[in-house]
Design a protein around this ligand. Structure first.
Ligand code: BGC
Length: 347
């Protein structure tokens, strides 16, 4: 195991995930948040343990604070995903809502699949009254980055303008919560020795990656938090659904593998990120947020033996080397970078 105790500085606080979201902002951080994670406890260099009734995650606050200060690039991609819709261009200096821009006339788009009122989507504003910035029944409309603004009944993206209003492909007005389980092992040679990268001379991590059906990009097997679901459960459920179900193994073998997965997810995870995600689906009124947690098989005798086909695209799920050169979906590279750095692995 990575030396978890090294992350335990004088400030090591046990909190529930829920409490953590509020605690982050109690350390003198601004509620008028820019899209910079430097707002997160920038004065604190030690680590925290984020506790949960069932699990506790170690969180490297220092790494959270080194995220880029403008994480709003994919959310301004010209062509909106799975559509012919073009966003209105938003220059960097017009990103912030505080910057007046009288001529801002973004295109409005909500995907037909969302307008059909599936169970995972909200109705249109006007026909219902969501309680923004709060737990609205079982739907969590609180943001992990603080209190967001609501303008004329519609929530405003905390990272600013995207050139598109409405919900696009996203179901919820405001934050849409996801969870990303990063399952890692050390890359080993045929003799079982850790493989070192020839340039950095650091050991190479591998993580379980899936090919997303919506865009064909390789990604962490994450997914949406169901209403009322605790994040710990989402992490394990999504991983099992996406990584295990695609394996061509017998039900008995799957049961055996599921037991290993259960054990791994009960081990202390390392939370590498929580907050806003620069996702191409984001709009002015709907955006993605996630909690990314790294579960690591240090000895190589747990999920490392999952029968995935390393490097085989056809499998749709595979072990991928953790390396800065590997292109990944949304902000997933950033999460892996943090995991690699915290585990002193090659990046
Ligand atoms: C994906 C997550 C991702 C999140 C934000 C979700 O749909 O399943 O892996 O982090 O979107 O991009």
């Amino acid at each position: 195991m990575v030396e978890l105790r090294n992350w335990a500085g004088p400030i090591r606080i046990a909190l529930t995930l829920l409490a953590f979201r509020h605690s982050v902002y109690s350390f003198g951080t601004s509620h008028n948040f820019p899209c910079s994670l430097t707002r997160c406890l920038s004065a604190i260099t030690a680590s925290e343990t984020v506790g949960h009734p069932a699990h506790s995650y170690s969180t490297s606050i220092s790494s959270l604070c080194t995220m880029p200060s403008v994480a709003h690039v994919k959310a301004r991609c010209p062509l909106y995903p799975s559509s012919e819709i073009r966003r209105s261009p938003v220059p960097d200096d017009k990103l912030k809502w505080e910057t007046r821009w009288a001529d801002y006339k973004p295109v409005s788009y909500t995907a037909p699949s969302v307008l059909k009122n599936p169970s995972w989507a909200d109705p249109d504003i006007g026909s219902f009254s969501p309680k923004f910035n709060s737990l609205d029944g079982s739907v969590d409309r609180r943001s992990l980055v603080g209190t967001y603004k609501v303008d004329q009944g519609k929530p405003l993206n905390p990272c600013g303008r995207t050139g598109l209003t409405g919900r696009g492909l996203l179901g919820r007005w405001g934050p849409n919560h996801a969870a990303d389980p990063i399952v890692t092992r050390w890359k080993r040679d045929s003799a079982g020795q850790r493989v070192l990268n020839t340039h950095s001379k650091l050991p190479v991590l591998q993580f379980i990656s899936i090919k997303r059906k919506d865009c064909g990009e390789w990604a962490i097997p994450g997914g949406m938090v169901d209403p009322g679901e605790v994040v710990t459960l989402t992490l394990q459920r999504e991983f099992s659904e996406e990584a295990l179900n695609s394996l061509k193994t017998s039900p008995k073998e799957k049961e055996r593998l599921q037991e290993r997965i259960n054990l791994l997810f009960r081990s202390p995870g390392l939370q590498v990120y929580q907050g806003y995600v620069d996702d191409p689906r984001n709009t002015d009124n709907s955006w993605m947020e996630t909690v990314a947690v790294n579960f690591h098989d240090e000895t190589g005798d747990s999920v490392s033996t999952l029968p995935l086909r390393a490097g085989d695209d056809a499998g749709q799920v595979r072990w991928v080397d953790v390396d800065s050169a590997e292109p990944l979906y949304a902000s997933h590279s950033q999460f892996l970078k943090t995991a690699a750095q915290e585990r002193r692995a090659h990046w």
